[in-house]
Design a protein around this ligand. Structure first.
Ligand code: AVI
Length: 324
């Protein structure tokens, strides 16, 4: 019944080619599969469950910071702007900011069509004064404001430390693309997970209930389901390790014995202990992230952390010339 309360813009993102990328990644050494493929329907549900795992401090710590700082953020950014959320398919944390920011419109952008539409409709129903223009797009390839969205000073929001899933060079490119999107003087509010003790990080990515393990292993099940693979899940293990030098948690799938796997008519031999690298989740120091942002043409105008120093929220501003 709520389907008329949002404007839905289909920018026709090209589907990522699961088959081609999986086969290419498994032929490489070290073998790898990109983390974007975690998120089929089951993977998305498992990710939601991860965000509630006691060890995964990320989601609740960021929400706590946003709740405490929402007024201060609104005072710095100002009201009446156009609020853009790349990857905002669940429209969840943005709810904390809406009353304070009073945006002229909210534009969530996401590749997952149904998820986006439903979440956008729910947010529009819960905030009846808010104009919502949902954009169905792959934000990593194309970030565009729908032509019907009103103009206003732009502010982008990218929570959850999703920036950590880019390597630092790509993170700089992404922040620069957001700087372009918001324009000179525009703002970018971004959640960034912090470097910390190895034990805490490894527990967060290998929770006791095994939800993260199921999330990682689901990738092999997805290959079995969608590509007719014959991975035997009994002989694969989840591994999460903090690589302190690189400042990232790495997730791998580890072969528990010598084994042969078939996908379509291709054969892959795995030795005991051999891994498929499935995700990097980079962690930063506050100054380190500020440096990345500067390289992307954005200055830091606010940084907030929780009391334990686990997580940070940065408010950046596009420093391109505004004075003409
Ligand atoms: C989505 N992304 C920010 C999560 C992270 O923490 O890197 C994905 C995740 N992987 C395992 N647990 C959560």
């Amino acid at each position: 019944m709520t389907s008329e309360i949002i404007r839905f813009h289909d920018l026709h993102p090209t589907e990522a080619d699961f088959r081609r990328e999986v086969l290419t990644g498994l032929r490489e050494r070290p073998r790898r599969i990109a983390p974007k493929f975690f998120y089929d329907e089951r993977g998305s549900k498992l990710f939601d469950a991860i965000t509630e795992a006691p060890e995964y401090y990320v989601t609740r710590t960021e929400s706590e910071i946003l709740q405490q700082r929402a007024d201060e953020i609104a005072r710095t950014v100002g009201t009446g702007g156009l609020l853009l959320e790349p990857g905002g398919g669940s429209c969840a944390k943005v709810r904390i900011l809406l009353e304070g920011l009073e945006p002229c419109a909210y534009v969530p952008m996401d590749i997952s069509r149904n998820h986006l539409r439903m979440a956008a409709e729910e947010v529009a129903a819960d905030f009846p004064w808010l104009e919502v223009h949902a954009a169905h797009t792959d934000f990593t390839r194309r970030m565009e404001v729908p032509p019907t969205a009103p103009e206003g000073p732009r502010v982008a929001f990218f929570p959850g430390s999703s920036i950590g899933n880019f390597d630092p060079e790509h993170a700089v490119e992404f922040i620069a693309a957001v700087a372009d999107l918001v324009g000179p003087g525009g703002h970018f509010l971004i959640g960034v997970d912090l470097r910390k003790e190895k034990a805490l990080l490894e527990a967060a990515y290998d929770d006791a209930q095994g939800v993260t393990a199921a999330f990682n292993l689901n990738l092999l099940e997805r290959i079995n389901r969608e590509l007719g693979g014959d991975f035997d899940l009994q002989h694969w293990r989840h591994r999460a390790v903090y690589n302190e030098t690189e400042g990232r948690v790495e997730m791998h799938l580890v072969s528990a014995r010598n084994q042969r796997v078939r996908i379509e008519d291709e054969v892959f031999d795995f030795a005991t202990g051999e891994t498929i690298h499935t995700e990097n989740s980079y962690k930063y120091g506050l100054d380190e992230f500020e440096g990345l942002a500067r390289r992307a043409g954005m200055e830091t105008v606010g940084v907030w952390t929780d009391q334990r120093g686990l997580f940070s929220v940065h408010l950046l501003r596009n420093t391109a010339l505004t004075q003409e």
